[in-house]
Design a protein around this ligand. Structure first.
Ligand code: PEP
Ligand code: MG
Length: 312
């Protein structure tokens, strides 16, 4: 069992008023592309590229990367593919990035911080992505993880554009970047909100530590308010904003995220059908009202309950 025999027809994500909310997949390897398409993914909203680097003593060659990126892009021909450059340093330590033991690796030389000190690794990855895009004609969007401020945003965008990439942005997952959304978002061709880390860092609770797992709740009004800052900044500068954290897999949260300004949502492919069904039942105006309701609640539980009751 377990084989997907009849791929479903692709039903685009759409609100009750006809507003398109593309529903995209989070994938961690090219092999996950075909199952995601079968489940109705309209593209890729987060391609985590760490798989290429795990257990590697040296960074993978441009040629190897190019062929793996080509595999993924070919499966989504003509559709949007958002690729995140290497996010090492938190749970994945890499010797060739100079990682040594850190007491708090989630707060350490993670993501773009490490790549910036090893720009050759970053440049090789971006070069391979640009070549794979040329090979496939993919609609490629490239973003950096763990970006904290304007300086880091401008740095990444500068390097990526200089290597021929045309659609460049960042993952907003550090609270400082959300607070500075009005400065950062206009520099980007797009942004994608990483609610997993945004929640972890906003609540100051290690997402890998079971004893504080109850803090890891994106319904927390503090997290919702940061997301609103990003959504508002995106609307002002007419910049596309997506969500790629696991929160988008919760249909009630998906509606709320749209109300906070998300233009598309990316999730584990298994969640696409339920999210699609729930979005189809609300208008953009209703989603905004639900978001407003959630924002004034005093706890995560109250925020979720408020949206659930209003939708019921
Ligand atoms: C996130 O932080 O929300 C995210 C999508 O990235 P990751 O879970 O890989 O850190
Ligand atoms: Mg993250």
């Amino acid at each position: 069992g377990g084989t997907v025999s009849t791929p479903r027809p692709l039903t685009p994500g759409r609100l009750a008023d006809g507003t398109a909310i593309p529903l995209l997949a989070n994938v961690g390897s090219p092999e996950e592309a075909a199952p995601a398409v079968a489940l109705g993914a309209e593209g890729v909203g987060l391609f985590r590229t760490e798989f290429l680097y795990l257990d590697a003593r040296t960074a993978p060659s441009v040629e190897l990367q190019r062929s793996r990126y080509r595999d993924l892009m070919a499966a989504f021909s003509g559709r949007k593919v958002v690729v995140r450059v290497l996010d090492a340093g938190a749970d994945k330590q890499l010797a060739f990035l100079g990682h040594t033991h850190e007491e708090n690796p989630a707060l350490g030389r993670r993501g773009l911080r490490a790549l910036r000190e090893h720009e050759d690794v970053l440049r090789d990855q971006l070069t391979a992505l640009a070549e794979a895009q040329n090979d496939t004609g993919a609609d490629l969007w490239v973003m950096a993880p763990m970006v904290a401020d304007v300086d880091e945003t401008a740095y990444f965008i500068g390097v990526a554009r200089s290597l021929g990439l045309s659609t460049v942005g960042i993952t907003v997952e550090v609270p400082s970047a959300a607070v500075l959304a009005d400065q950062i978002v206009p520099l980007c061709d797009f942004v994608s909100i990483g609610t997993n880390d945004l929640t972890q860092y906003t609540l100051a609770a290690d997402r890998q530590l079971g004893s504080v797992a109850h803090y890891q709740d994106p319904w927390h009004p503090a997290v919702l308010r940061l997301i609103k800052l990003i959504g508002d900044a995106a609307r002002v500068s007419n910049t596309p904003v997506g969500v790629c954290g696991e929160s988008a897999s919760d249909p009630l949260m998906a509606v709320t995220l749209v109300g906070l300004g998300a233009d598309d949502l990316s999730m584990s492919p298994g969640a696409l059908a339920d999210v699609r069904a729930t979005l189809a039942g609300v208008t953009l105006e209703q989603a905004r009202e639900l978001a407003t309701l959630a924002l004034v609640q005093h706890s995560a539980a109250d925020a979720r309950a408020a949206v659930a009751n209003a939708l019921a």
